[in-house]
Design a protein around this ligand. Structure first.
Ligand code: AMP
Ligand code: MG
Length: 418
């Protein structure tokens, strides 16, 4: 019998590409149905469950964008100056009741309603005032310095679409429309646990051979930042009963389950066996580093993600797959990852055949140009590299080593993690 011996440990011709894995995740997931009505302040970072149309004009009236004088554009002089009689004042919130006739003007302040009869505002710096006479010269245009009713949002405009993750501007926009509450998707419940006999929790004394469990803390933070409800189910030991019980319990109450560790084909990896028995699960070898083994599927109604154990692999697979999947479950519109090409100051080691998510520091050089450099050691266990980094350096599947000075693609953490 012929046995294929891989030429290097990480290369596997049967691996699934990152894009194929994302495509399958997208195909297999449907957004949850549950919705709730929230006061707009509580809706920040939640996913909108309805389209919002403008029922009013914002702003509701024509108003001034400057402190100055409101007048008839027809009175503007074509040469020399003109003198207008000052007949009133319009302050923000205190409109002027007077209708302006030809030859008249009113004082007006920023945000003040344009008085009836006026259609032009002259900045106060451009006039001379003596007693009740305002002198205006040339160089002005009819209609200037006015924000028209509905300029921001006209009645009937589609202001926000279902699936938008609400940002501070959206909350302000809703307030500008006088809308006190909106319908949003309910929060996802996501259970997560770590697997491994070698793990101990903070507060416990590590026994010989034990390490502190960091993945649960990283996962809790990433899930919190994403806006789901994180349910910490602790550490599960490497034994089949505990794993099965934990999976069954997690599946009854949650929309998604995330585990870390135990998905490689090691002796004590019972996660895989348990999943085969009680769920519908795919075991993927993804052509990426860090984070090759990844499990995706369902246990009862809960979506399941089995992430690798190594701390950096947990983060790279979370951001590249789990976050995308959870956003889809939450009903959020797909977002475009922000990636850009910049020169790399470091030389990078890379084997062809897998996409690599190396950790980089994006900064300005002495000429103000954005450049990236490596954080140094790139092992999947080097969690400090993620802490030092502010971006992934994404090296394409087929590429090899990168020479210092070459262009690379980076994905800033800002935006990816917020
Ligand atoms: P595994 O996938 O279970 O074989 O784990 C791969 C590597 O990640 C091993 O060195 C584990 O000790 C380590 N590891 C697994 N889970 C955790 C965790 N929760 N925190 C820190 N390291 C972990
Ligand atoms: Mg393990």
């Amino acid at each position: 019998m012929m046995i294929n011996t891989p030429t290097c440990d990480d290369y596997d011709p049967n691996s699934l590409s990152v894009d194929d894995a994302l495509h399958r995740i997208d195909r297999d997931l449907q957004p949850i149905r549950g919705e709730e009505q929230l006061p707009i302040r509580s809706a920040l970072h939640r996913v909108l469950a309805e389209d919002v149309l403008s029922r009013i004009n914002v702003p509701p009236h024509n108003n001034s964008t400057m402190d100055g004088y409101a007048m008839h554009g027809a009175d503007l002089p074509t040469q020399g100056t003109v003198q207008l009689n000052l007949v009133g004042a319009s302050l923000a919130g205190k409109p002027c009741p007077v209708t302006i006739q030809a030859g008249q003007c009113t004082r007006i302040f920023t945000g003040g309603v344009i008085p009836a009869g006026a259609d032009t505002v002259i900045m106060q710096e451009h006039v001379e005032v003596q007693n009740n006479l305002v002198t205006i010269g040339t160089g002005h245009q009819v209609g200037q310095n006015i924000c028209a009713a509905g300029d921001d949002l006209a009645i009937g405009t589609l202001v926000l679409t279902a699936g938008k993750r609400l940002q501070p501007a959206d909350i302000g926009l809703l307030a500008s429309l006088g809308i006190p509450e909106v319908k949003v998707k309910r929060r996802l419940r996501v259970a997560f646990f770590s697997t491994g006999d070698e793990l101990c929790s903070i507060g416990e004394t590590p026994q010989p051979g034990q390490i502190y469990d960091s993945n649960r803390y990283t996962l809790h933070s990433m899930l919190t930042q994403l806006g789901v409800e994180p349910i910490d189910m602790g550490i599960i030991r490497d034994n089949p009963e505990d794993i099965e019980n934990a999976f069954r319990l997690a599946a009854t109450r949650n929309d998604a389950i995330i585990t870390s560790g135990g998905v490689s084909v090691g002796e004590a990896d019972y996660v895989t066996d348990t999943l085969r028995r009680i769920g519908q699960v795919n075991f993927w070898k993804i052509a990426m580093k860090p984070g090759r083994p990844l499990t995706f599927g369902k246990i009862q109604n809960a979506v399941f993600f089995g992430l690798p154990g190594n701390p950096v692999a947990v983060m790279s697979t979370f951001y590249q797959f789990v976050q995308v999947a959870l956003r889809r479950l939450m009903g959020q519109q797909p977002t475009t990852p922000i990636r850009m090409t910049v020169p790399c100051l470091s030389s990078l080691k890379k084997r062809p055949g897998r996409i690599e998510f190396q950790r980089g520091i994006l900064e300005h050089d002495a000429h103000g140009r954005l450049v990236v450099r490596s954080t140094g050691k790139q092992g999947s266990a080097i969690l400090s590299s993620m802490s030092q980094a502010n971006c992934f350096i994404i090296l394409p599947l087929e590429g090899g080593d990168v020479k210092a000075g070459s262009d690379v693609v980076v994905e800033p953490f800002e935006g990816l993690m917020g």
